[in-house]
Design a protein around this ligand. Structure first.
Ligand code: AVI
Length: 324
């Protein structure tokens, strides 16, 4: 998955306004707040990216394999919504695994534009696609895909198709998800198509297990942010003094991840002391879930017209096609 692409995830507007670009400032803001919070974008250092890859293989974590199956099984139908000689623009490309399914099924795609914050990852994936699919012109763009960026001049006259898989949109607060889709519409231009993978509201037991797996990989992923603060910001977090908590908040349609302090303690990090009461948590991530209708409504608010949706037999995940 888009390891470093995750590093540009935004959090709520309130959090975004409070946060600065530096990890240290972010930690001082977030841990100084009540309730305490940290942005999920800081999960993705090298160890966190590796743990996320492991999460995508877990039996409980259905989103990755379900989306891959939806894309593979419906590739031809999805490809039919892609115009002739189109350019496929992937937001937060990371690994091009999902885009390759579309590229293989839609030979009318003439160009692939992976957009990612990490130039190294981009160069690596671009050369893989060039090698495997020589008929596709690849124009990587190193940019923060949540902000306005210019498309390469070479694709300016082609029909534009945006691609945003993985339900990464679920890690945005709904108002930020709307703003992201609006901004993607501006970048892609009028007449564009957008293909978005979105996790669906479902049985709470399935959701809870996906974010609190039996092998404890998601717990390690969550706790890794403490390790990162220790390493990068001179912190003295005792990882054994916190536990991973993940639960579905039905009222807000989101999985919440927290790190819960097992006893009263004071931690020193980023040059400050932060006190924790027993049971107090740091809120580290939201992962919003949508019904087909609630996501379509959000897309419409952002100026897109939903034209088709593909899903799986369990109704776990949805791939939406939107047009401007
Ligand atoms: C990256 N993102 C879509 C994942 C999700 O499901 O919200 C991140 C994740 N957090 C815990 N497990 C996976």
């Amino acid at each position: 998955m888009a390891a470093l692409a995750r590093s540009v995830l935004r959090y709520s507007a309130r959090h975004e306004a409070a946060a600065s670009d530096s990890f240290a400032d972010h930690v001082v803001n977030g841990l100084g707040d009540d309730p305490k919070w940290l942005s999920a974008k800081y999960f993705y250092d090298a160890a966190g990216s590796d743990l996320f890859e492991q999460i995508t293989q877990l039996p409980e974590y259905y989103p990755t394999r379900t989306e891959l199956a939806i894309l593979s099984e419906n590739a031809r139908a999805i490809a039919a919504s892609i115009p002739l000689a189109a350019a496929l623009v992937e937001f937060g490309a990371g690994s091009s695994r999902k885009a390759r399914i579309l590229l293989a099924a839609a030979p009318q795609i003439a160009a692939y534009v992976p957009v990612d914050i990490s130039p190294e990852l981009l160069a690596q994936e671009a050369s893989r696609v060039r090698h495997d699919m020589p008929h596709v012109a690849v124009f990587p763009v190193a940019a923060d895909f949540t902000r306005d960026f210019d498309l390469p001049a070479q694709i300016r006259n082609r029909p534009h198709v945006g691609f945003f898989p993985g339900s990464t949109i679920g890690n945005f607060e709904p108002e930020d998800a709307t703003e992201f889709l609006r901004q993607a519409g501006r970048v892609l231009g009028s007449g564009a198509t957008m293909i978005v993978g979105v996790d669906r509201i479902k049985d709470e037991a399935v959701l809870n297990a996906a974010y609190d797996d039996a092998a404890g990989v998601t717990a390690r992923f969550n706790l890794n942010i403490l390790r990162r603060m220790n390493r990068e910001l001179g912190g003295d977090f005792d990882l054994a003094a916190f536990r991973h908590r993940a639960f579905y908040n039905a009222a807000d349609h989101r999985i919440e991840m927290h790190l819960e302090s097992l006893h009263a303690q004071t931690v020193h990090v980023a040059g400050r002391n932060f006190s924790f009461a027993k049971g107090e948590t740091i809120h580290t991530e939201n992962s919003y879930k949508y019904t087909i209708e609630s996501f379509r409504a959000l897309a419409e608010t952002a100026g897109w017209r939903p034209v088709a949706t593909w899903t799986d037999a369990h109704d776990y995940f949805a791939v939406h096609v939107l047009k401007q």
